[in-house]
Write a protein that binds this ligand. Sequence first.
Ligand SMILES: Cc1cc2nc3c(=O)[nH]c(=O)nc-3n(C[C@H](O)[C@H](O)[C@H](O)COP(=O)(O)OP(=O)(O)OC[C@H]3O[C@@H](n4cnc5c(N)ncnc54)[C@H](O)[C@@H]3O)c2cc1C
Ligand code: SF4
Length: 450
Amino acid sequence: MQNFIQIKRIEPGKKPVNERVNSYEEIYNLYKSDEAASQAGRCVQCGDPYCHTRCPLHNYIPFWLKAVNEGDLQKAFYLSNESSPFPEIMGRVCPQDRLCEGACTLNDGYGAVTIGSIEKFITEEGFKKGFEVNFKPIKNDKKVAVIGSGPAGLSVATFLLRAGIAVDVYEKEKRAGGLLTYGIPNFKLDKSVVQRRVDMLIKNGMNLITQTTVGKDISFDEIYEKYDAIFVGVGAKKSRMPGIENENAKNAYPAMKFLVNIQNKLFGEKCDIDVNEKKVLVIGGGDTAMDCVRTAIREKALKVSCAYRRDEKSMPGSKKEFYNAKEEGAKFIFNATPKRVIVNENNEVIGVEMLKTEIKDKKVQIIPNSEFIIECDVVIFALGFSHQKLEFLEKYVEFDKWGAIKVDKNYQTKDKKIFAGGDAIRGADLVVTAARDGREAAKAIYNLLS
Ligand SMILES: Cc1cc2nc3c(=O)[nH]c(=O)nc-3n(C[C@H](O)[C@H](O)[C@H](O)COP(=O)(O)OP(=O)(O)OC[C@H]3O[C@@H](n4cnc5c(N)ncnc54)[C@H](O)[C@@H]3O)c2cc1C
Ligand code: SF4
């Protein structure tokens, strides 16, 4: 260990740009065993590891890095899977530069330990060797309903099943996974990786009830009567729109509509959106905007541009994803905000009138009379998400002024039988925070039912 002077930070290889823009395959390779061991050996083994503190799951990072370095993959696999419901997913999708790696002592000067890539290696390699996560036999005396099978729902299900508690998961879509399946694109997270976890949970007792919307196909009152505890993990996926003229024109889409349609096409299902040979403009500067840009490139758009109202250094998403989008050919326009969508006589998008902006007192200010036009055939709004209205819960729980479900430190709502977590309580956030909510709620539910 502590080999950070002799060994430089080396990330796993990426597929060449010309290969990756023609495919939805994940762009990052997996470390080979010797590469993972040598990169893990860079860890300083800090007495008070900041990476562990900054990781929302408080993963035992220095311990599993040491085990990988010493060639004890089994120990690393069990340690990593103990605190995390799906470490190989987090290793792929966490914005590590803002979390564990951003807090690594080596980040100043030497380059952080490649924690995320090693985390992905441990479980991928462990699965190949046939290692299994420990689950207890289901007792069936108590039963929990989980509403929503996104990372929050799958996490609570994982930890309840591991404690031997029976779980029914209700999911309105055809497939489980929430935004792991229908939001985050395949080139970041292959859908087989999500399905493998879902299959593991089903094998270990999860009863997954898909294409069933709670509040429509089954009433919440019925669920409330039937179960000993309920976890609500329904996310917050209502796309924000800019509130400008013609924003609902033909070929103007909220980000999720675009991404879900393309994902359905990749599943071999109905897709109503075609950007082939079109000029696409994405409005927004976060990770969802980068996902839309990179998806449009793979859909063979003629030109893909992205306009953001602040400057490059203020972009809210992961730097890694921005550089990947740039490498793949996206053009960026900074300090610009949309004024109106321009349409032809058929109400189809032909451009967007933009306004230039500047930052004053940390706020975005529009520069008067600075209009300019970006020609495009498709515009995609990636401006963030808000809460959908959850009428079926109104008589049971309280909401804050933004529509988030209010919970206490145990993820318990006003009704002691109902718990909630993930984007439904915090607004659009991260996979890892949803996973943490699920794990902590599972502990609280276990305590309630014991
Ligand atoms: C395009 C995109 C890319 C992203 N990329 C990243 C990334 O790279 N890294 C990262 O950490 N985070 C990323 N995020 C954020 C992350 O995906 C979310 O924070 C996370 O998925 C939230 O998990 P959740 O379980 O709370 O909700 P969701 O993932 O939204 O899951 C909620 C589930 O509940 C179901 N549901 C809703 N209502 C009902 C009902 N009434 N009955 C039954 N089922 C219902 C939904 O169908 C869905 O399956 C991204 C988000 C988007 C939109
Ligand atoms: S879960 Fe995310 S923050 Fe935590 S160690 Fe893994 S990659 Fe880092």
